[in-house]
Design a protein around this ligand. Structure first.
Ligand SMILES: [Zn+2]
Length: 322
């Protein structure tokens, strides 16, 4: 989902610490990924650890201590990397879960079964294979299914892709969640789309570096391309209130977006979380998906979507103008 896996010095040092002597980091982040989707591993044991910590927290009534010792400290290297990328969220994980314990309790069965379920993993691999056929240079990271504090449905890092299983517990009791959290809960059949979206992020070469400030158009194309490619390879339409609203009001959305596209502020279009007013959050994903789709339909250039050195040129070549 949101852009947060850019390599910083501290990331490199942390990852070197995690992987220790197990593997040489010849190339980052490709060193920890595979040339073929067949070699992708699904790492899911953190899900059961989460519920062991949950049970201990309920028994001792000390949620922070239970999650610290039984989940985070003994989690997989992937979980520890995910926690490193969400430091504030994971520092408060115990309190977040305690405030939403009815949700996590009623999500348990669905979340644990996702860890065991091979059907979504097979569909994710099928999406990865489709992407490989279209982009032979692609590499494929391992997929980690973890449980978090409703921070983000998915993200990518050096250990692989991270998918947060609690977002896929659509049968759970969501009354303890905020309206925004509730709206973000979806069903497990959205996992292959999300895995493909995060995979695309690991393959994108971007025109901006971690230190420059990207424009709204940069980030819109970055997210929209991931949604477009994910929809093609997973054979699932992009979901969510932002896509539904965008399709219903496409010309108006575009007119408003066009005024903002070179701004560096994305706050009206991307990553608003609960702060969107009047329209659904993340409409930029919709706009970007339409631009990427239009570009591909016009040019047939799939690889070009992963190597956007000039977002304005891509927009012009797309001919997008609803
Ligand atoms: Zn994304």
């Amino acid at each position: 989902m949101r852009r947060d896996f850019t390599l910083l010095g501290r990331d490199v040092r942390a990852v070197l610490g995690w992987v220790g002597r197990r593997r040489a980091l010849v190339e980052l982040p490709g060193a920890l990924s595979h040339a073929s989707p067949t070699d992708v591993r699904f790492v899911t044991q953190d899900v059961a650890r989460f519920y062991a910590a949950f049970d201990e927290a309920r028994r001792t009534r000390n949620f922070p201590a239970a999650f610290r010792s039984l989940y985070l400290a003994s989690g997989s290297p992937g979980l520890r990397e995910f926690a490193h990328r969400r430091p504030q969220g994971f520092a408060n994980l115990g309190a977040i879960v305690r405030a939403r314990r009815a949700f996590y309790e009623t999500a348990r069965e669905q979340v644990l079964s996702l860890a065991e379920d091979d059907a979504w993993k097979a569909r994710a691999l099928s999406a990865f294979r489709d992407l490989h056929a279209r982009l032979p240079r692609a590499r494929f990271p391992d997929v980690h299914l973890v449980v978090g504090g409703l921070f983000t449905g998915g993200t990518a890092g050096l250990s692989g892709l991270f998918l947060s299983a609690e977002f896929f517990a659509d049968a759970a009791d969501t009354r303890s969640l905020s309206a925004w959290e509730r709206a973000a809960i979806t069903s497990g059949d959205a996992l292959p789309f999300l895995a493909a979206h995060e995979l695309v992020h690991t393959l994108q070469r971007r025109s901006y570096s971690s230190v420059s400030s990207p424009s709204l158009l940069d980030l819109t194309i970055y997210e929209g391309t991931a949604d477009f490619v994910a929809s093609v390879v997973s054979d699932q339409a992009p979901r969510g209130a932002h896509h539904t609203f965008g399709r219903a009001h496409e010309a108006d959305v575009w007119r408003a977006f066009r005024r903002d596209l070179l701004k560096s502020s994305v706050r009206d279009w991307l990553y608003q979380g609960p702060n969107a007013r009047g329209v659904p959050a993340d409409l930029g994903y919709f706009v970007g998906e339409r631009i990427a789709r239009s570009y591909f339909e016009r040019t047939g250039d799939f690889a070009g979507l992963f190597d956007v050195s000039d977002p304005l040129a891509l927009l012009r070549a797309s001919g997008y103008d609803p």
